[in-house]
Design a protein around this ligand. Structure first.
Ligand code: VGL
Ligand code: ZN
Length: 222
């Protein structure tokens, strides 16, 4: 019943203090009704809220673009959302305008509850460079400083969740592996955009990089 369920959650084995939950872009802009809606994006919020208490350490990210951002189709006359253009750092998908700095679209989902989060990292802030990854911007040169921040706190293993599986979650997972972290993606705490096979490609790339795939149930079962 209700009591035993609450009791079993409170008794769930906490996750080791050298682990951190990394919640990627759980923002209104990626939820149904947002600027770049991800199908069932809001379904991840209760899942994240259930597993968050297992973690002593948590970091949240926000996609945080200026209105003039190079990734917005609206800033490229004659282009449409989901067109791909060539930028100095490589191909760039043009997105609908989303997560503009300081707007409700860029705010975290109002029901997201991860009160122990120590850092909210904002990315994609430079007008001419996108950043799907929480670690390294799309020019592959600028770092956000997140790897150093986590290393300085003795974090060795990251559990990733959020939106979208095939863009910001996958790119963050791959960069986290490259930075030396063990990485687990909690699949049911993510949802994908899935543009031209991007989801299957993302899982293949993550598998090849040694990213583990888990369910929130398996974590809660300890
Ligand atoms: C994202 C596309 C553009 C994401 C952000 O959070 O996955 N995708 N900006
Ligand atoms: Zn974006």
């Amino acid at each position: 019943g209700r009591f035993s369920r609450a009791f079993s959650i409170s008794k769930a084995m906490p996750i080791s203090s050298d682990c951190a939950l990394l919640v990627i872009d759980a923002q209104n802009g990626f939820m149904p009704g947002g600027g770049l809606p991800v199908a069932q994006g809001d379904a991840i919020v209760p899942v994240i809220n259930r597993m968050a208490p297992l973690f002593e350490n948590a970091v949240l990210t926000q996609d945080w673009h200026p209105a003039s951002h190079v990734s917005f189709a609206a800033n490229h006359p004659g282009r449409q959302p989901f067109d791909v253009i060539e930028l100095p750092y490589g191909p760039q998908v043009l997105w609908p305008t989303h997560c503009v700095q300081g707007t409700p679209d860029a705010a975290l989902h109002p029901q997201l509850h991860v009160p122990q989060a120590q850092l909210i990292l904002r990315k994609g802030c430079r007008p001419q460079v996108d950043s799907y990854s929480a670690f390294t911007e799309a020019d592959r040169a600028a770092t956000t400083g997140l790897a150093a921040w986590l290393h300085a706190r003795g974090i060795r293993h990251l559990y990733l969740c959020g939106l979208a599986t095939d863009y910001c979650v996958a790119w963050s997972a791959l960069d986290a592996r490259a930075a030396g972290f063990a990485v687990t993606v909690v699949e049911d705490a993510c949802r994908a955009i899935d543009l031209n096979g991007s989801l299957a490609r993302a899982w293949a790339d993550m598998k090849a990089a040694g990213v583990q795939r888990a369910s929130s149930q398996s974590l809660l079962a300890g």
